[in-house]
Write a protein that binds this ligand. Structure first.
Ligand code: GUN
Length: 292
């Protein structure tokens, strides 16, 4: 068993991104600029957005956080997005999800100019990704592909089982793994909450990507000997033992599953750190006009 080390890969790629950001600054006299919109005070969202902003600064990007209380109206938020779309000093816009119930995330996502949609959630970007055209690729699936590439994990011809069909991870991940690209060229199965007997499918997976949001959902009896296991789970439980006041658990029972695998991502220290890299790469590509 070998670890797909998100800490190592993300630090290495951040050095490369910082070099490119410095070049960009020299050429253009400005820094790539990411704006994050955060509504309310969800604990997970606070942590993720703070980390995105911190990492932007680390690699020499400009970052701006726009905050709203959760009483903000949908109309106000849409107006803000329109303003950010029109601002020529902004390369990337993300609106952190989830949003409060009275705001339709689809409306907000579609309002973001697809040329600044560095989350890759806009239907234009998703459609272009599926067609293998230049597009922004959702950060978590993008980060996972960068990690597989870094370690030279062979995917062509393999059976990839994706557990979870979210717009953010499962659905775009399944598209990427089926595409005629490297990594990719897999036979893909998507399992979700309405799949009877998920184990039947996971046991046949050469590559198992789990994004279901349930601690220890994948147990050792569900994994084939020698499989590659990617754990996207970010399940937070309050804990008095850590400085942050919570402890992070993946969707995979790492301790018992790891010995059966060829490669596996830990939580923390795996996919979460790569998500940031996906976002930084998209923002840099937007500044460099490499996509649109
Ligand atoms: N919520 C969970 N993951 C993400 C993400 O990658 N982007 C945004 N905007 N919200 C999220």
């Amino acid at each position: 068993m070998q670890i797909l080390d998100g800490k190592y890969v993300s630090e290495k790629l951040k050095v490369e991104i910082a070099e490119q950001a410095a070049n960009y600054l020299q050429r253009s006299g400005r820094k790539p600029h990411l704006v994050a919109v955060l509504v309310g005070h969800d604990g997970g969202s606070e942590t993720y957005v703070a980390s995105k902003m911190r990492n932007c600064e680390k690699v020499g990007f400009k970052s701006t956080l726009v905050r709203y209380e959760d009483i903000v109206t949908e109309a106000e938020l849409l107006l803000k997005v329109a303003e950010l779309n029109a601002d020529e000093d902004i390369d990337g816009i993300i609106v952190q999800l989830p949003l409060p119930k009275h705001i339709d995330p689809e409306k907000v996502t579609e309002k973001i100019d697809h040329r600044k949609d560095v989350d890759g959630f806009h239907p234009i970007n998703l459609g272009r990704m599926q067609r293998n055209l230049p597009s922004f690729i959702p950060a978590t699936p993008y980060g996972i592909t960068l990690m597989l590439k870094e370690y030279g994990v062979e995917t062509a011809g393999k059976h990839c089982v994706v557990v979870g069909r979210s717009n953010i991870v499962g659905s775009p991940m399944s598209i990427l793994m089926a595409r005629n690209t490297q990594p990719g060229n897999c036979t893909v199965t998507i399992c979700h909450s309405r799949t009877p007997d998920i184990k039947k499918f996971t046991l046949d997976a050469d590559i198992l990507i789990v994004a279901i949001g349930k601690k220890n959902f994948i147990t050792a009896d569900m994994v084939k000997e020698g499989a590659v296991v990617i754990d996207v789970g970010m399940n937070r439980e309050t804990s008095t033992l850590t400085k942050s006041g919570y402890k992070l658990y993946g969707d995979v029972d790492f301790e018992n599953v790891a010995p059966k695998t060829s490669w596996i991502t830990p939580v923390p220290g795996g996919v979460g750190l790569m998500t940031i890299i996906g976002l930084l790469q998209n923002t840099l590509a937007s500044a460099n006009k490499q996509v649109y």
